[in-house]
Design a protein around this ligand. Structure first.
Ligand code: GLY
Ligand code: MN
Ligand code: MN
Length: 441
């Protein structure tokens, strides 16, 4: 027999965790389809937890995991439908899905209420993401009420609902080999997209043209979508953290900040590069850029097993505080700038986040009130920045300089590996890469 898929291994792991907590049934629906207008839907995206446990990407599906002496994984999904498949495409149907996705049982999703009515009585607990999907909250409440209405037959309704995310988030935090392989491929596609974007940028080009270059590179390489709305922010727009209009014409002498990453087979990548539209960093741009790069190097050095989640952030902030004082943008000592958080005027976000199925991935950052230690297999971003808005007390040469440098890191046994390192990053690398690109070839 071949090895079980990573999806089945994860289900088995979750079933074991539920059994350790006294048993019960996990109810994990996928995401609903969402109407954009009239009969047109937003492009469908499965629920990350559901996908993590099944690998199944069709809408209208739910996974039921029954823990106990005879653990069972049951999928409910759409039935085959020749007429609908002409319009919407292939459906596995329960029979094929059961085999292909290594489940114990699969049924038509229309039978969900009936199957819940069979499974829920006498379960010690339900493991479910209460509050995540109002329609499912209602369905489950109805199913529980149906069991309660029937207690005279001797059935008991599960007395407890646990949030299944507390178990799944801990699992998702440490990536398995299959996940790391996909994340590496997603990272490589995004690296190539950034390389192409750097060579497409030049004075007179619109931000959306760069967005098109990035997203063409994603799709051409087989990624399904951007993992989040691409930020292509030139000049003053680089100081707007979530800028997504991408409709400005860029000019010589400005910086361009690109924060874009693809989603491949359910996994996100997340890269930011900042570079001069004209291909050469001017004085203050170079100063700020080198400062942010030094902050990123300091954060990378603190990204290793045993260091706490906040150590990379503290390291980046210390470098930025010193540098901002040296450049004359902040006054006082490093200690007072850190203590009063004066640096937040120029650096107002944190230095990273977990990365995985979601761009801001699942997982707690603190445990028992303390920043958690990093462990091998965790994946996170390292993304310090510096954003200088026009102000009377800031020399004009610094106005509208916005720099962020973001890489994706895998914590290894003795440090971290940057899986996005192939995107040009030092001043020399960027200038050489852009100069060699000529007219965008
Ligand atoms: N692109 C979203 C982020 O960097 O957090
Ligand atoms: Mn990020
Ligand atoms: Mn980003």
């Amino acid at each position: 027999m071949s090895d079980p898929s990573p999806f089945k291994s994860r289900r088995d792991h979750l079933l074991a965790k539920i059994a350790e907590r006294g048993g019960g049934v996990a109810v994990i629906p996928t995401a609903p389809e969402v109407i954009r207008n009239r009969d047109t839907h937003y492009r469908y995206r499965h629920d990350s937890y559901f996908y993590y446990l099944t690998g199944f990407r069709e809408p209208e599906a739910v996974l039921l995991l029954v823990a106990g002496n005879e653990p069972r994984a049951i999928l409910l999904c759409r039935e085959r439908d020749p007429e609908r498949e002409i319009w919407d495409g292939f459906r596995h149907g329960p029979e094929a899905a059961c085999e292909r996705f290594e489940l114990d049982e699969a049924h038509a999703v229309g039978a969900v209420d009936e199957i819940l009515a069979e499974i829920l009585p006498d379960q010690p607990a339900i493991f479910y993401s209460l509050g995540h999907d109002a329609a499912w909250d209602h369905r489950l409440t109805q199913a529980l009420n149906a069991v309660r209405a029937n207690t005279r037959s001797g059935a008991t309704a599960p007395p407890t609902i646990h949030d299944v995310r507390t178990l799944l988030d801990e699992m998702r935090l440490i990536k398995d080999q299959a996940e790391i392989a996909v994340m590496r491929r997603a990272a490589a596609i995004s690296v190539e997209a950034h390389r192409q974007a750097m060579r497409t940028a030049r004075p007179g080009v619109f931000e959306y043209e760069i967005e098109a270059t990035l997203e063409q590179a994603f799709r051409r390489a087989g990624a399904q979508a951007p993992a989040y709305p691409s930020i292509v922010a030139s000049g003053p727009n680089a100081c707007v953290l979530h800028y997504v209009e991408n409709d400005r014409r860029m000019a010589d002498g400005e910086l361009l900040l690109i924060d874009a990453g693809c989603e491949l087979d359910g996994y996100a990548s997340d890269i930011t590069r900042s570079f001069p539209v004209g291909g050469r960093f001017a004085g203050p741009q170079r100063d700020i850029y080198e400062l942010v790069l030094a902050a990123q190097y300091a954060a990378i050095a603190e990204t290793r097993p045993g260091a706490t989640w906040n150590a990379p952030h503290d390291a980046a902030v210390a470098v930025l505080a010193r540098g901002l004082i040296d450049l004359g943008l902040l006054r006082g000592s490093v200690d007072t700038v850190l203590e009063n958080q004066d640096y937040r005027r120029f650096y107002m976000h944190r230095t990273g986040h977990w990365l995985g199925l979601d761009v801001h991935d699942a997982g707690d950052y603190k445990q028992g009130g303390e920043w958690r230690p990093l462990q091998p297999g965790m994946t996170l971003t390292i993304e310090p920045g510096c954003y200088v808005r026009p102000a009377d007390d800031i020399p004009e040469a610094f106005w509208n300089i916005g720099v962020r440098i973001e890489d994706d890191a895998l914590v290894t046994a003795d440090g971290c590996e940057l899986i996005t390192a192939g995107a040009p990053k030092t001043v020399d690398e960027i200038e050489q890469w852009m100069a060699a690109g000529g007219d965008g070839a």
